[in-house]
Design a protein. Structure first.
Lengths: 240, 258
């Protein structure tokens, strides 16, 4: 059976030549919850973009057994849902319903199927009654949940989330945590928040300066004081 | 941050709110054309026309204070235009209102008619945007044949104008927090240019992220939407009532009042 993500010797440079990712090799099994941790500028977001086919470099990237190339891109994007760091970038339609329906519409589903998927996705994230709201009327926590609903409506097997806990208060962070824990999909979460990562992920990959520094059990990596300090991170204080 | 949305009351629920956006738009369009085409000297007929949008605003539960605030907000240009009339047209005319009559100039009469037409058409327009969600209005306009590209752009504009205003506000706050003395015109100008540049670059950045978000959800250049609009009997009844009101005033009341 194919793995959720398989990356072999992937290297990527920004358009100005600055190296972003160097010789990355990584494989993630289906159903795992993986935390990509590292300081700012480590290359976490770029690696997530590479998985979705937005950062083309050298090496091989496979998503659910499909190589990331222009031929497979459409299939890949129905299997891998990509949630950006800022929900305002993710929610671009005039109403929440339209936003959540955007992906299923592009998948060519029938109107009734689309309506049921939108209703289901919004119910999963607790926004069932907000379908007709404009995104700018939502709170930060609701926007984050809505951004996840836009992905869930496409029923992907893999979901990547870039700093999903950013600018959330503790209550909203806990709600998001419960939601993410309840999802059966493979989750790849890029975050600088060690408490968030430790409570959610079973595996962690530490990135710094575009390279994989450590890869293993989340609790073990995030409780290694020397490793964390050396790479500008902090120890996970508690498992939420 | 909280913003003054033009469709602030469009999320309420009333019989007017539930009407199809296309019907409301077409009624307002025809109403505006009829009001504009009224003679330049008939104030009393204008007052009769004002009853229509006024009744709709009251029925829909739109606070009149909000309506008049919106009118005031866009009025300066029209006020300047209207006040220029008495300056170039001083032809004396006899004006009568019920039992009262007095001498005035044609310029003043035109000034009041321009203001009257502006207020009446604005009442109708505010009635439309206050009882119709912007998204429904856009969907309706698209159904009525407005180019898709234009509706998409208007949709994006409405979605991101508030994000842009927030960013501009934060930049201004950051400047105010560090600006401890007057720096002179040239420096202020340079600072303003840098702020605008920063806003521009961040807008491009946002556009790139939106493009990624769209492509990640299968966007291939074809804009697909799920239309929820439906013309029902009540919509047809509303259109018919509006047509009877407008034509009744135009063909029967106007000749009596003129």
């Amino acid at each position: 059976m194919s793995k959720a993500i398989e990356i072999e010797n992937f290297t990527y440079r920004y358009p100005d030549g600055t190296p972003a990712l160097s010789d990355i090799s990584l494989s993630v099994e289906h159903g795992r919850k993986l935390a990509l941790i590292g300081p700012n500028g480590a290359g976490k977001s770029t690696l997530l973009l590479a998985m979705a086919g937005f950062a083309k470099g050298t090496g091989k990237v496979l998503v659910d057994g499909l190589e990331v190339n222009s031929k497979n891109l459409k299939k890949i994007r129905t299997r891998l849902g990509c949630c950006l760091e800022n929900p305002d970038d993710q929610l671009f339609m005039p109403t929440l319903f339209d936003d959540v329906a955007f992906g299923p519409l592009n998948m060519g589903l029938e109107p009734e199927q689309i309506k049921s998927r939108v209703a289901e996705a919004l119910a999963t994230v607790g926004l069932a009654k907000m379908a007709d709201k404009a995104p700018h009327h939502l709170s930060a926590g609701q926007k984050r949940a809505a951004a996840i609903a836009t992905i869930l409506a496409m029923s992907p097997r893999i979901i990547t989330l870039d700093e999903p806990d950013g600018s959330l208060d503790p209550r909203n962070r806990n709600n998001l945590m419960k939601l993410l824990k309840s999802l059966p999909q493979t989750l790849i979460i890029a975050t600088c928040n060690m408490n968030f990562a430790a409570s959610l992920a079973d595996r962690a990959v530490l990135l710094d300066k575009g390279r994989i520094i450590a890869d293993g059990e989340a609790q073990k990596i995030m409780s290694d004081a020397d490793l964390m300090t050396e790479h500008g991170l902090e120890l996970a204080q508690r498992k939420l | 941050m909280h913003h003054a949305h033009i469709d602030k009351f469009a999320y309420q629920d009333s019989a007017i709110h539930r009407l199809d956006s296309r019907v409301k738009f077409l009624v307002v369009l025809v109403f505006t054309a009829v009001v504009i085409s009224l003679p330049r000297t008939s104030l009393s007929i204008l007052a009769c026309y004002a009853i229509g949008p006024f009744a709709i605003l009251v029925w829909a539960g739109i606070p009149l204070k909000f309506v008049f605030k919106q009118i005031l907000l866009v009025s300066p240009f029209v006020i300047v235009l209207a006040l220029s009339c008495p300056l170039y047209d001083r032809t004396p005319v006899a004006v009568s209102f019920g039992p009262f009559s007095w001498q005035s100039s044609l310029g003043w009469l035109r000034c009041f008619v321009i203001l009257g037409k502006f207020i009446v058409t604005m009442l109708a327009l505010i009635g439309l945007v206050s009882t119709t969600r912007f998204s429904d209005l856009l969907a309706g306009l698209q159904k009525l044949g407005m180019p898709k590209l234009l509706t998409i752009q208007l949709g994006f504009l409405y979605r991101y104008i508030f994000v842009l205003i927030d960013r501009a506000h934060h930049i201004l706050q950051a400047r105010a927090g560090r600006k401890l003395r007057n720096l002179g015109f040239k420096t202020e100008l340079r600072t303003a240019a840098s702020m605008l540049g920063s806003l521009f670059i961040r807008s491009i950045d946002t556009a790139e992220h939106i493009s990624i978000a769209m492509q990640a959800r299968g966007f291939d250049g074809n804009w697909r939407t799920l239309s929820k609009l439906k013309v029902r009997r009540c919509d047809l009844f509303f259109a018919l009532t509006a047509a009877v009101f407008m034509s009744g005033l135009y063909f029967f009341v106007k000749p009596i009042l003129q």
